[in-house]
Structures are given as C-alpha cells and as structure tokens.
Design a protein around this ligand. Structure first.
Ligand SMILES: [Ca+2]
Ligand SMILES: [Ca+2]
Ligand SMILES: [Ca+2]
Length: 511
C-alpha cells in the first residue's frame, strides 16, 4: 500500500467518524505552542481533517520543489478544501514538536571524534571522525572503503559528477575506466573545490556564529543569517528522519560525523541524481531495481548515497525526492553567492588562489582568505584589470572603439557586448559622470551632435543577479569644421588594435 493510499484511507476513516458525529468544519483553533498530538486533537475536535505531517520544521510545511526561502512561524495554519472529500477542509499546521536531538544553538561542538574523544567543531572534524572511526571501519564492506577515504579533509571533494553501478554481475571491459565484475562500481568526481575546508566551511562558520547576519541588500538576495541556516538544517534533518527511518538515529550513534556531512551537503544542495538500469535485459539474476546512478552536485551525491543505502534495504525510502529537503544552493553551491555581492563562491575562491594577488599564502591562509571574501559583500574580486569571474559569471565581452573624433552635426553610436548574464541585462549610460536620461540599451546613439557632446561616456551593465560589468570610458571629441588629418589615422589604429585583441586583453584572465 503506498503512502498516498494510506493517507486516503485514513482520511476516509476520519471523514466517516466526523460525519457520524455531525462535526462541521468552521473554526480553526490556534495551535501555537502545542505538541503535534495536542494540535491534532484540537483540530479534530472542531471537525477539521489533519491531512499532512505537521511537525515543527517538517518538510511537509515546505512547498515541494522550492529551496529554503523563509521560515514558517510556529502556529501557521493552512486550511484548504480537501482534495478527496468534497465539502471538507484539510489542515496543515506548524506546531512546536521538539526538533531533532542535535539541534542545539550554536551547533558546534557537535559530538566527538570516536577515536580521539575530541570535539567535532566543524565539517572537517566531522569528516575526520568518520575516516578514523574504528567501529565504522570494521563494519564497512571492502568495496566502500575507498569511499570513506575520500572524506579526508585535506583532499575530500565528492560533489562533482559521479557514476555508481550497483550489483553489476558482469563487469564491462569496454567502459572507461573498465568496470570490474562485482557488486559495486563507482567513479566519483569532485568539483575542484575542497568539500570540508572550502565549501562546507561557509556553512560551518555560520552554524557556529549566532550573530552571523548579511542583510538582504538586493531584490534577488534574501539575506543570510545563522537562524536561516540552522532552520534549513533542521528541516533537512527532519526529512532525513522520514526517508532514512530509524537508521538515521542509528547511523548518527554509530558514527558521529555522518549526519553532519550528509546535512552539510544537503544544504549545499545543488545537482540531482538519475537512476537507470545499467544492464537492461541480461541481468542474471534479474535486477529488479535501477542499478545505475548518475549524479551531480552535492544534492545529487546525497541522493546517490541514499540509493546505495537503499539497495541494501536498510532505509525507509531508497529514492527520496530531493525537493522535499531544505537546500540553499543559491548561497552555498559552487555557482551560488553566499554574500550576495554578485561574485559566485567559485569566483571568490578563484581570486584568493591567485598568487599574483595574494603571494605566499599557505593553504590554511588561503582558506581563511576565502572565507573573508565569500562571506563579506564588501570584499569582492575586481572586474579590472582582470575579471576573475571571466567564463564563470556575467562580464563585459567587448565594447566599440573607445575614442571618436566627429564633426558637429554628425551621429555616433556606442555599443557593448556582455556575456554570461543570469537573466535579463539592464544598461545605464553616463556622460561626464551624469546619467543620460532614456539611455537604457546596449547601444547608445546620439544624432546631430554639437560641441557640447564632447566628453566621457561610460555604460554600466547589470544582470538580474545584480552582477555588474562596466565599460572603459569612451572619449568623444566633437570638432567644428573638418576632422583633423590625424584623427582618422588614430581611429584606424585603435580599431586595428581592438580587432587584433589588444582592447580585449584587459578582460582576460591571467595565467
Ligand atoms: Ca567540492
Ligand atoms: Ca560572493
Ligand atoms: Ca565577497
């Protein structure tokens, strides 16, 4: 019997009960502060059908398919017409069921390293607690051991694009790399950003700092606070409890660090996983479940991991829906922007790794520099003379010739080309530092020019993610009478330079 069928049956039983009692759905009680059970009683007493899971922080309160955006206040009650029982209402409410056991505030230290007894103070410590856990090591099948070693903090990078093949009975020598015959094959790839020290570090720092707060400062940037990240953590923990089932708590007790790492990657939350049948027709014995998993990103990696665990039969829901979880990829993924300064996390990482900018940094100093930049909108990689987001973010590709000599009465057009925009691009033009009214396109044309049009023109392009690209100055010189002889020659030389790439070089990456 599927969950949906169970729900419908329960609903039908409740409906019959209420119909017999003559209950009428009219008033919604205030359930704020109640336990789930008390709230359920209060609701049924007034003839309402409580149709969905309603624990505090439960993903049932988070619309499927949406990443974490807001915090539903305790006491929120949503009453909707029942989809299955005409004339009856269903109720979804948010009540004060205590959150999962590890949700202290601040989060760290979060348990101890089983081998050393030392505090787990960050995600690197959590990974280390797994790598060195003697009980865990003794229980892990040999084919999974390499997976554990990939959690080593200094080198761990698991959230690129990966492939896992379960229960492969044949091997495949034609596969690149060759797949050996056996129960498990996996090829795991990273995304070139260390997981524990770099990517999860941002989440760890925020979870450990109750006063962390970057206010919303752009329409697309909703702000980042300790409270927001902690709530997302709680929501995903609740969902893990539902999908993994009783093994969630067991796994946490067995190997401290596991829940932390799973939750951290779920908050990064990008990517997806697809399941398919590697050998469609010739499985012997038949494989009655998809045995090939392809995944990308942190969210995809966790889905793949749950599918692998699911193949062993130990978890409640082997193919959970990632959209049930609270994830924050817009803040914490490689392409996300934790501090809302328009530079992606990867862009800021790329910048602090340039020895020409920060010479002589040790790896640990680089990590601190990364955190300093990635969590501070006031510290952003510059656009010039080198755009460190080139190729990975919105940028200026080119602009028309920067110097013009023109006679009075003629027409000129300035233009620019941008690339890598997220969404639509808007343009703002200035003349000698003053905004030009009505100039809002990627070209600016001025007819019938006068001597007063001589001056410096600049265009600032902004994409919908509020990333900016600024042109170099155009110097327009309007002259009375005929052009000086030298002007066309100089202009020709400049155009030649531009076509030859000289004018574009300033936007290219070094190295
Ligand atoms: Ca990574
Ligand atoms: Ca940023
Ligand atoms: Ca920054």
């Amino acid at each position: 019997m599927t969950k949906n069928v169970v729900r419908v049956v329960v609903l039908a039983i409740l409906m019959t009960t209420f119909t017999m009692a003559g209950a009428v759905a009219q008033t919604v009680p205030n359930v704020e502060g109640m336990t789930a059970a008390a709230a359920g009683t209060a609701l049924t007493n007034v003839g309402l059908v409580k149709a969905t899971t309603n624990k505090y922080g439960s993903s049932a309160n988070w619309p499927s398919g949406k990443v974490y955006r807001t915090i539903p206040p305790i006491g929120t009650v949503i009453v909707e017409p029942s989809p299955t029982v005409p004339g009856w209402n269903t109720v979804t409410c948010v009540v004060a069921t205590p959150p999962s056991p590890f949700k202290s505030d601040p989060v760290w230290p979060w348990g101890t390293n089983a081998l050393e007894g030392t505090d787990v103070n960050n995600f690197c410590d959590a990974q280390q607690a797994l790598v060195t856990n003697p009980t865990l090591i003794s229980m892990i099948p040999p084919e999974y051991m390499a997976l554990i070693s990939l959690l080593a903090c200094e080198t761990g990078d698991l959230n690129g694009s990966s492939q896992v093949i379960l229960k492969n009975p044949y091997g495949d020598p034609t596969h690149v790399p060759p797949i050996a015959e056996g129960p498990l094959f996996y090829a795991l790839h990273g995304n070139n950003m260390n997981d524990g020290k770099i990517e999860l570090r941002l989440i760890g720092d925020i979870l450990g700092n109750v006063s962390f707060n970057i206010p919303a400062h752009l329409p697309e940037y909703t702000g980042l606070t300790h409270e927001k990240v902690l709530h997302a953590l709680n929501v995903s923990a609740e969902q893990f409890e539902q999908d993994v089932g009783s093994y969630w708590t067991l796994l946490g007790g067995l190997a401290n660090g596991l829940q932390q790492v799973l939750l951290g990657h779920m908050l990064i939350g990008d990517g997806t996983a697809t399941l398919s049948d590697y050998h469609l027709t010739d499985d012997t014995p038949p494989v009655n479940m998809p045995n090939e998993i392809n995944c990308s990103g942190s969210g995809g990696f966790i889905m793949a991991l749950l599918a692998v665990l699911g193949s062993t039969g130990i978890i409640a829901n082997p193919t959970p829906d990632i959209t049930d979880y609270a994830r924050m990829p817009e803040f914490f993924s490689k392409a996300g922007d934790a501090d809302g300064d328009g530079a992606t996390n990867y862009c800021e990482y790329y910048y602090v790794n340039d020895p020409a900018v920060f010479p002589g940094l040790t790896n640990d100093q680089m990590v601190e520099k990364y955190v300093e930049y990635a969590l501070n909108p006031a510290k952003r990689p510059p656009l010039t003379p080198v755009d460190y987001c080139d190729g990975i973010a919105f940028k200026l590709i080119s602009q028309s010739s920067p110097n013009l000599w023109l006679p009075v009465g003629s027409t000129f057009t300035l233009s620019l080309v941008t690339g890598g925009a997220g969404g639509t691009v808007s343009y703002a033009w200035t003349f000698n530092g003053q905004p030009i009214s009505g100039a809002s396109g990627e070209t600016y044309t001025k007819d019938n020019i006068t001597l007063l049009d001589t001056g410096k023109y600049i265009c600032t392009a902004t994409d919908s993610g509020k990333k900016m690209a600024v042109t170099a100055e155009w110097q327009v010189t309007v002259v009375a009478g005929t052009l000086p002889l030298a002007a066309p020659v100089a202009l020709g030389a400049l155009i030649g330079m531009l076509l030859g790439g000289g004018g574009l070089a300033m936007f290219r990456k070094r190295g």
